[in-house]
Write a protein that binds this ligand. Structure first.
Ligand SMILES: [Zn+2]
Ligand SMILES: [Zn+2]
Length: 325
């Protein structure tokens, strides 16, 4: 089969041939139809995160068809999705308290395990989701990480009505739809001068959008930071009311500059969100189908995967980038 390999950090992916993997007991073999490109893929390729074992096939927003199953829960032909969380130990304190996302031994798709930038992949069936959504494979792929981990961040903000989304890419354009469905107002904050993303956010229903240098017209109840820029943390903190939360939704962020204690005072909270649990996935996919969530995607062939990564790095994508296999 053909696949995209990361052989060294900081280097482009290379396309090559490798044997189709064989599923062991408990796994399913999936014929991949689409795999979303996530900012985490960029962090892995660029070496912002500890290097995986090489060569590694990245990609953790996989949509495909079961080709071979070793378990009763899945049968050939079914459409499945594979997320970032690929395996957990099942017995540690985190796994036993509903926090499998924090399991110290967790393995992640496209990082510790080969992922979906390939014609086939294997996955532990216990972490796969059956996809019955009416979305096409291309449109469904971004739900598997941008949607799902974005949703975990969204649930962390609690009862809030005026939400700030800092960074308006793949995850934000999905979560905006959930927020609107729940009758919340979204204020989208983008890079200075990124009028394309600002217009995109307003078109999708954001109450307001503007650059990070502009004054947000209201005091926010909570903020989610999707962009990997640490300087947004003090900015977001200064934008929220007392008791409000700032949730950092990315897996990597540049250093956070120091800020005055008054910005945190008043029971404001700063927290991160790490990975996902299977429960996050099930809840999110249920809501996504209830509200008939749609995604805006830009598709690339496997041969153009480095082009897709560059476009994401340079902020040239509205919505989500997806590799069509
Ligand atoms: Zn991701
Ligand atoms: Zn565990």
């Amino acid at each position: 089969m053909r696949a995209a390999f990361l052989n060294q950090k900081g280097k482009s992916l290379t396309i090559g041939e490798v044997d189709i993997p064989e599923p062991t007991q408990g796994e399913i073999l999936i014929k991949v139809n689409a795999c979303g490109v996530c900012r985490t893929d960029l962090h892995i390729v660029d070496g912002d995160m500890p290097a995986p074992d090489f060569p590694r096939i990245p990609g953790h927003q996989i949509v495909g068809e079961v080709a071979l199953s070793t378990v009763a829960e899945f049968s050939p032909g079914q459409r499945v999705g594979v997320p970032w969380l690929g395996w957990t130990c099942g017995f540690c304190g985190y796994c036993n308290s509903g926090q499998e996302n924090l399991c110290d031994s967790a393995r992640f798709t496209g990082y510790d395990l080969n992922g979906g930038f390939a014609e086939f992949c294997v996955a532990d069936a216990r972490y796969c989701f059956l996809l019955d959504s009416n979305l096409t494979d291309l449109q469904a792929a971004p739900l598997l990480c941008a949607g799902l981990i974005g949703f975990r961040a969204y649930r962390m903000i609690g009862e809030s009505n005026k939400l700030g989304f800092f960074g308006f890419g793949s995850a934000a354009h999905i979560l905006l739809q959930v927020a609107l469905y729940e009758k919340k107002d979204v204020y989208a904050i983008t890079r200075t001068g990124d009028t394309v993303s600002q217009r995109f956010a307003r078109k999708l229903g954001a109450k307001w959008s503007g650059g990070s240098e502009e004054k947000i017209p209201v005091e926010l109840d909570a903020a989610i930071i999707f962009a990997p820029a640490g300087e947004l943390v003090p900015l977001a903190l200064s934008s929220i009311r007392k008791g409000g939360a700032v949730v950092c939704a990315g897996i990597h962020m540049s250093d956070i500059p120091s800020f005055r204690y008054e910005q945190l005072w008043g029971e404001r909270v700063v927290r991160s969100v790490a990975n996902l649990t299977r429960e996050d996935g099930e809840s999110f996919l249920k809501i996504a189908s209830e509200i008939q969530l749609e995604t805006v995607v830009k598709s690339y062939s496997l041969d153009h995967i480095n082009h897709a990564l560059d476009d994401l790095r340079l902020g040239r994508i509205q919505g989500s980038a997806v590799i069509e296999i």
